[in-house]
Write a new protein. Structure first.
Length: 338
């Protein structure tokens, strides 16, 4: 009996820690799009202020990817050997569902060539860097989320340029080799460098880890400001069209990702993670590549996606938690009735 109070204290401490983590994750999920929106407003209202830093897009993406690498550990890749099926399903779904969904959206909405190429480039990009936070909020399988994001990112230098060339080449000229080399430089090298620094200096990385997501989102916000500033004249004419395409693309991705998990017999947490990983893209990469290799209008879908998928991710998390609460209430009712 004497252990009972201690058990209660331990349970209370665990619950308090969980609540604190939830609050931090919710603040991040809601704070990310707000900062990105602020970046967009600055770009739109003061385009001259961001024109002078237009060359920062690629280095800023490198900062984002280095930050992602710092959060990775070798154990994250061990999941591939332990649970290869959900990882394989997720990565295949990522590079099949979103590119083909992009083509469907382009066809349904009869998008102009530049916007069509930008939407397809977003679809051909790897998983989004904020998907891990959203998977946590959705009560998904966070370890699987981290592994899927990592694997899809490592495959990006090969798959993103090839898929973009295949699916978007009819709309705009695409240099797959130049794009692949760029992804190696601004994605692969920084991610691996971050992973190595994390292995060599784990305590330092642990100390700075709480601020890493905010550094990344500030970098994404700056990229969005630069893109919006460069596309200011096009936004008034094409902004609503791009937003509609982005919302449709993202929501179909969530739905088909979840359906893929259901059809392959995965658990509910894994289905939720598949939905998030498929629906959320590395739009910062898409924006950077479009700016460098396509044109400013083609970069707009990536910039808008950066804002939208964080907002929709927060809504998706709220829906998942509401569903869990309803299920818990049903279970408690059945116990009382029984």
């Amino acid at each position: 009996m004497s252990e009972h109070p201690h058990a209660q204290e331990a349970a209370a401490a665990t619950a308090a820690l969980k609540a604190k983590q939830d609050r931090a994750a919710f603040i991040a999920a809601l704070g990310f799009p707000i900062l990105v929106i602020i970046g967009g407003i600055i770009g739109y209202t003061a385009p001259d202020a961001v024109t002078s830093i237009s060359s920062w897009v690629t280095p800023l993406l490198g900062v984002i990817m280095f930050g992602m690498g710092l959060t990775l550990k070798p154990i994250d890749f061990a999941l591939v050997a332990k649970r290869p099926l959900p990882v394989l399903i997720g990565v295949v779904a990522q590079y099949v569902i979103m590119p083909l969904t992009a083509v469907l959206v382009v066809w349904l909405m009869r998008l102009p060539a530049e916007i069509a190429a930008g939407v397809i480039l977003v679809g051909c990009s790897p998983g989004g860097t904020s998907s891990n936070v959203v998977s946590y909020l959705c009560r998904g399988d966070v370890a699987l989320s981290v592994t899927m994001t990592s694997i899809s990112t490592l495959l990006a230098p090969i798959l993103t340029p090839l898929l973009t060339l295949w699916l978007a080449g009819q709309y705009m000229e695409v240099s797959a080799s130049a794009m692949a080399l760029s992804i190696v430089k601004v994605v692969l090298v920084p991610v691996i460098a971050g992973l190595l620094v994390g292995m060599v200096l784990p305590k330092l990385v642990q100390a700075v880890q709480p601020v890493l997501p905010w550094i990344s989102v500030l970098a994404i916000s700056t990229i969005v400001a630069i893109v919006v500033g460069g596309s200011r004249d096009n936004i008034a004419a094409a902004g609503a069209l791009v937003l509609g395409a982005v919302i449709l693309h993202n929501c179909i991705g969530y739905a088909l990702g979840y359906l893929t998990g259901k059809l392959t017999g995965q658990t509910v947490p894994v289905r939720r993670t598949l939905a998030v990983e498929v629906g959320m893209q590395n739009s910062g990469l898409a924006t950077s590549l479009a700016t460098a290799y396509l044109n400013p209008l083609a970069a707009l879908p990536g910039a808008v996606f950066s804002v939208w998928h964080n907002l929709s991710g927060a809504v998706l998390a709220a829906l998942c938690r509401a569903a869990d609460n309803r299920q818990l209430a049903r279970n408690e009712h059945e116990v009382k009735v029984g």
